[in-house]
Design a binder for this molecule. Structure first.
Ligand SMILES: O=C(CO)[C@@H](O)[C@H](O)COP(=O)(O)O
Length: 178
């Protein structure tokens, strides 16, 4: 779940109860990222009881942590948390709505993260499709969010396959180069 919300602390448990396996919050939206990361991990490990629904729900024992930054946030602010998270999300548009133009000037952030944290999952979100995915994959992204490019295509399956292939080929090349 990518939580583009102002108080991410309040949705951890409801999302864990609903069955989320990853909780991504925005660095800009919290004053205490360390406490929130800990809370997400703990909620993933606990059984949660949903009193109102009169059911007991047991988590799979894993709620992964994603940390997102908006285009105006420097990647250095994310770096101190990188060893405590599962995924870093570099927004390639201003959060708000789909169909915006891809911000290529975010690629140095992706490249820097990939160089510093070779095994971290790195996601990009916003304006990513067949025309822009190569830049993301070459910079080091291995997770792609793509809305309009898939939804507006006459052949969504082939767009998805293309996005997947471009990313996995780039990842393979990186591991051979290492
Ligand atoms: O939610 C957001 C931006 O706020 C993104 O997830 C976009 O909606 C992705 O859509 P496209 O940019 O690929 O159309």
């Amino acid at each position: 779940m990518h939580m583009m919300v102002s108080k991410p602390e309040q949705w951890v448990k409801p999302m864990a109860v609903a069955g989320a396996n990853q909780y991504t919050f925005h660095l800009e939206a919290t004053e205490n990222p360390g406490a929130l990361i800990k809370d997400i991990r703990e909620n993933g490990m606990k059984s949660c009881s949903v009193a109102q629904a009169e059911v007991q729900w047991h988590s799979q024992g894993l709620l992964q942590v994603g940390l997102a930054i908006k285009p105006g946030t420097s990647v250095e602010y994310l770096a101190p948390w990188a060893n405590q998270i599962d995924m870093a999300l570099v927004m390639t548009v201003e959060p708000g709505f789909g169909g915006q133009k891809f911000m290529e000037d975010m690629m140095p952030k992706v490249h820097w993260l990939r160089t510093q944290f070779p095994s971290l999952d790195i996601e990009v979100d916003g304006g990513v499709g067949p025309d822009t995915v190569h830049k993301c994959a070459e910079a080091g992204a291995n997770m792609i969010v793509s809305g309009s490019a898939i939804m507006r295509s006459e052949d969504p399956r082939s767009v998805i396959n293309l996005l997947r292939n471009v990313c996995s080929e780039a990842a393979q090349k990186r591991s051979l180069d290492r």
